[in-house]
Design a protein around this ligand. Structure first.
Ligand SMILES: NC(=O)c1ccc[n+]([C@@H]2O[C@H](COP(=O)([O-])OP(=O)(O)OC[C@H]3O[C@@H](n4cnc5c(N)ncnc54)[C@H](OP(=O)(O)O)[C@@H]3O)[C@@H](O)[C@H]2O)c1
Length: 264
């Protein structure tokens, strides 16, 4: 399938590793021009080098901006005039009980997960509407619907993204701009791999056994019964960002291995 992404200008928040990195690599394979992002110059440069090694003809650059800081958006204003595709990917979480989650943790999760997406969309959406083409994709989570008890704050931010995405999509009526949300399930990023390794050492078991138990005891509703690969999330993101997905707007698309029950 030819995704028609050649020369499309793309910005992906939080993309020096994990799902964002896999999305960046996918866009580069399709001939898009990608700007990646992370918190520091070092990690951004390192990721650029890695992407160039993986995709030798890649047109990739990067911007260090830490979205815990509301002023970080000025780095984007200073360095990028316009993009065709915005992927609001950056997201942080902390696994804690509700009564142990502090205001500061709630505020930080809202700042990074929701407000970065608000600020980036506010900057890029009018430009997309002016050129009458654009794509915005919000990376939400299965947690928006599952709301695990140790992830209430994180899940709340991910549910907020669904309203933001749907509301903004309604402002695109009659244009060639579309805005959608993607809800990944548990995905084998570097963070998940480190978690499995730690648990395996602590419990003196194999990583495979720990992963198997996670789906047996924690994410029991998963139909996939394994972690998704970042590329499996990225492939859906690429399609939704492509001209081919023009008829999908204001949607919330699950890539959760079937973990959220129900037919819709
Ligand atoms: N992994 C999963 O199982 C899963 C499941 C459902 C949804 N999601 C969602 O998918 C998205 C990506 O998840 P992921 O697991 O790939 O994330 P991740 O591995 O934790 O993300 C790491 C990336 O985020 C960047 N980052 C972290 N804090 C940042 C900040 N304050 N400002 C700018 N960049 C920052 C890191 O950059 P530096 O290290 O370079 O600073 C790195 O590029 C998130 O929104 C997450 O909630 C993930």
């Amino acid at each position: 399938m030819e995704l028609q992404l050649t020369n499309k200008r793309v910005f992906i928040s939080g993309s020096t590793s994990g799902i964002g990195f896999a999305i960046a690599q996918g866009f580069l394979q399709e001939g898009a021009k990608v700007i990646i992002n992370g918190r520091s110059e070092d990690t951004v440069q390192e990721a650029i080098e890695k992407l160039k090694a993986l995709e030798p003809n890649a047109s990739v650059s990067g911007i260090a901006a830490d979205f815990r800081d509301a002023m970080a958006i000025h780095e984007i204003h200073k360095n990028i005039h316009q993009v065709d595709i915005l992927i609001n990917n950056v997201g942080i979480f902390s696994s804690k009980l509700f009564e142990e989650t502090t205001d500061t943790e709630w505020q930080e999760m809202f700042q990074v997960n929701v407000m970065s997406a608000v600020q980036l969309s506010r900057y890029f959406l009018p430009k997309m509407l002016d050129q009458n083409w654009g794509r915005i994709l919000f990376i939400s989570s299965e947690c928006a619907q599952l709301v695990p008890e140790d992830l209430i704050a994180y899940s709340t931010t991910k549910a907020a993204l669904l309203s933001l995405s749907r509301g903004l999509a309604q402002t695109t009526k009659g244009t060639q701009v579309t805005i959608n949300a993607l809800l990944p399930g548990s995905t084998l990023t570097e963070g998940a791999i480190a978690f499995l390794k730690d648990q395996a050492i602590q419990e003196d078991r194999s990583e495979e056994a720990v992963a198997e138990d996670f789906f047996k005891n924690t994410r029991t509703s998963s139909l996939l019964q394994r972690f998704a690969q970042p590329k499996e999330i990225a492939d859906m993101a690429l399609f939704l960002a492509s001209p081919l997905s023009a008829a999908t707007n204001g949607a919330a698309i699950k890539v959760d291995g079937g973990s959220v029950p129900g037919i819709l």
